[in-house]
Design a protein around this ligand. Structure first.
Ligand code: FES
Length: 68
């Protein structure tokens, strides 16, 4: 299903990006351009990100995104 009509980005693409580490709206915008147009899809993108990265998962385990 297309989530972002402006950029033609599907929910599948957004979920893929989220699984690859794009856990914020900003990162999704950078990785696949979704949400960079009219902004109508932003809420939906947020919800998709949340299904991949639940909010309570913020503990101190160093992951691949550990940039020093
Ligand atoms: S529908 Fe995604 S930016 Fe317009």
């Amino acid at each position: 299903m297309i989530v972002c009509l402006c950029k033609g980005v599907s929910s599948r693409t957004i979920l893929d990006e989220a699984r690859r580490g794009a856990c914020t709206l900003k990162q999704i915008r950078q990785s696949c351009q979704a949400g960079t147009g009219c902004g109508a899809c932003v809420q939906q993108i947020r919800q998709l990100i949340e299904t991949v990265t639940p909010r309570h998962e913020h503990h101190n385990t160093p992951g691949p995104a550990d940039d020093r």
